[in-house]
Write a protein that binds this ligand. Sequence first.
Ligand SMILES: Nc1ncnc2c1ncn2[C@@H]1O[C@H](COP(=O)(O)OP(=O)(O)OP(=O)(O)O)[C@@H](O)[C@H]1O
Length: 473
Amino acid sequence: MKNTLTANNNIDNSVIDNTAVENTAMENTAVKGTALPVITANHVSKSFLTDNGEDLKVLTHISMTLHEGEIVAILGRSGAGKSTFLRILAGLVPPSDGRVKYRGKPLTGPNPGVAMVFQTFALMPWLTVESNVELGLQAQGVGRKERKAAALKAIDSIGLDGFESAYPKELSGGMRQRVGIARALVLKPDALFMDEPFSALDVLTAENLRQEVLKLWADGSGALRSILIVTHNIEEAVQMADRVVVLGSHPGHVIADVPITLPRPRDKHTAAFESTVDSLYAILTGQADAARGGHREEALSGLQQMFADSSQGSHSLPDATPGGMAGLLEIVADHEDGVDLADLASALTFEVDDLFPLLDAGTLLGMLDVEEGHVSLTPAGREWNDADILDSKMIFARMAISHVPLIRAIDRTLRQSKNGKVRGDLIVDLLRGKHNDEAAQQQFRIAVEWGRYGELFDYDSDDDTLTLDDNAQ
Ligand SMILES: Nc1ncnc2c1ncn2[C@@H]1O[C@H](COP(=O)(O)OP(=O)(O)OP(=O)(O)O)[C@@H](O)[C@H]1O
């Protein structure tokens, strides 16, 4: 289902507001309807065969178009299938279903209009900067002289002048990624694909490089035309993109396609920027909430059913500790009317998406409300925050049993067993019905942590036994 925002006037689903765009980037910016499509995806789906021979559906019915001169960000949580989608558009992986076209022609192999920049730079350590940048041209059979001239120009354009003869190991992370970008630019691609290009860099370096890429895109030289960037960083998406395509998970699907009409260059510290970040955050978390809603109507019957149900919808317990949640609630409680996510993140000097697991855990437990990027305590959250240690454990246990199907399932399994004991492996095996091995172990670990904190049950890893806590009997 498509998610449309109307509350925020910086985001709408109409055409881009031309008057709002202040810099020369406007010439470059696609005004959809007039700009030609460069790459189109039509109902693209993708499944992978897992080691145990099952089909893992990663993407389902994704349609989108990248227009000439446009910057599009694909935003989604880890595992949503963003990189897989990018690789399909680049022609590096075939879709299981659906079609990709480049300039109107169906793709049958690597996309000739695309050059990629990777998170991990992917440079050849034995080659100099110049040779790394020339690689793609060499593969295209471009002559030596021409290759060198083009490489030096690309090196210069991204601020690497003077480093032509250096080897990757002599460069900082930021400089290495500049080489990665130069290597893509030298090919003069119709579309530059960037897969989390700044996420391995420190905050300041990432910010500088983002600005330089935007400058190059806007300078009218034609070095950079369309850009497709994959990111899980909402602020990055808002800073860079004309349009943000938000992917939901399991399997990856489009939940929103949102034009960003903020004037460029964009200032992160304006109210308009922050409210755009908040609105996108609401789309991402709204998706999680909708999925979670499904749990509450479940009628539990039988062990297998209990665990199958406990893994449905939201598909996993967020990896957050009760202590971490308590810490977050304490900070939110300092603000009587709640606090904006962006402010909360910046007060903690983290990025908004770093808070996801804690926020998800708080909302899952019914302790936090997150609406349109504004976080506040629910009455139960306030009660938990104000309680002394003993009461706080009881409140946590109550909320976990009523809101978290997996905790409820373990609690019921223990109560139904004659001696109040159950082997951990049994629970992990049941969880494997819905999760891969690693995720099943992780879910078990988180459930034990939460169950222990609420004094519902305990786990002895030496003999792999879960037991009902004395207080819970
Ligand atoms: N070649 C493959 N074989 C099997 N499964 C795969 C393969 N490539 C990706 N996957 C699975 O597809 C899912 C989506 O992966 P993908 O890397 O596309 O997600 P993502 O949104 O880019 O995540 P992240 O932000 O963590 O990189 C994951 O569960 C991953 O394990």
